[in-house]
Ligand binder design. Structure first.
Ligand code: ADP
Length: 281
């Protein structure tokens, strides 16, 4: 039996169906790609939004601290002058009361109170003075080691185990005295927050990508109770303290030092562990 060729219209129809199939497949491949890039775009937008809100939060904190510092400096100046007068009158009065011990004791108490206030005022003025970073080449590893040594006594009292993680050499451009002070303040706070036999980890490294930091990332982590959520916003405020003998200036100074280096500092609680302060400069 001889094969008969299909009529042309049927061949055309089959070709068209095949073509249509190819078009549909190409179309769905494009759709899939579009969907994927849409998902990626959505992810990027979400990341950028999160970064922006974090930056806004840090900026708001910087502005608030600057305003608080300015207000504190203004008040300290106003308080200093009358204090000088009170001290002068109290000492004149004390001279006249040599033969009246009961009244003399009261005047001495006034003098002591004024003396304490003068100490506080000079602390405020010292704190609000502009911090200027004297930038030079320094080895961060050495500075970290020095700060750990200074904090050793406070950590030793509670038998805290302090781990140092980082390269043995990391040259950066910064003010070594200021960086040392910032690290020391973080270590002392970590020691205060730790229980007996606690653990503090100080870690430093060069940044892995440009957005992270320009020169280095350094973190101090403890295994204390962490920072209560309602205090997270306040701990960098000057004079905010929860300690009986605290000044509330430690973190405010760290913040100013980091700012003087155009860096940022963030704090997070680590689930199952304590607080983690991270400096990025
Ligand atoms: P001070 O040490 O004099 O209290 P700081 O400014 O250094 O002043 O600290 C402010 C407050 O922040 C502390 O009183 C404490 O409540 C809280 N804080 C600081 N570091 C930590 C930490 N590692 N863990 C828990 N809370 C902390």
């Amino acid at each position: 039996m001889t094969m008969q060729a299909l009529p042309t219209t049927q061949t055309d129809a089959r070709q068209r169906i095949e073509e249509l199939g190819r078009i549909i497949m190409a179309y769905s491949a494009v759709t899939e790609k579009l969907e994927q890039s849409h998902d990626r775009l959505e992810q990027t937008v979400a990341t950028l939004k999160a970064e922006l809100s974090e930056k806004n939060r840090l900026l708001e904190r910087s502005n608030r601290l600057a305003a608080l510092g300015e207000m504190a400096a203004g008040m300290a100046h106003e308080i200093r002058n009358p204090l000088g007068g009170i001290q002068l009158y109290a000492s004149m009065l004390a001279g006249d009361l040599n033969d009246r011990p009961a009244q003399l004791a009261v005047v001495r108490k006034i003098s002591q109170g004024v003396h304490r206030l003068e100490g506080l005022v000079s602390q405020v003025l010292q704190f609000t003075r502009e911090i200027r970073a004297h930038i030079a080449t320094m080895n961060l590893a050495q500075t970290v080691m020095q700060s750990v040594e200074y904090a050793a006594l406070r950590m030793g009292k509670k038998q805290i185990d302090c781990q140092r993680l980082g390269p043995s050499d990391l040259e950066i451009q910064a003010d070594s005295n200021l960086i040392e002070q910032a690290i020391l303040n973080l270590l002392l706070n970590a020691a205060d927050a730790s229980a007996e036999n606690g653990r503090i980890t100080i870690e430093f490294r060069a940044p892995t990508h440009e957005q992270e930091a320009r020169q280095f990332v350094l973190s101090v982590e403890d295994n204390g109770p962490g920072v209560p959520a309602e205090m997270m916003d306040k701990i960098f405020n000057p004079f905010f303290t929860t300690k009986d003998d605290g000044t509330g200036l430690g973190l405010a100074i760290v913040h100013r030092i980091v700012e003087a280096h155009d860096g940022t500092i963030i704090v997070k609680n680590i689930p199952g562990s304590g607080a983690r302060f991270e400096i990025r400069i």
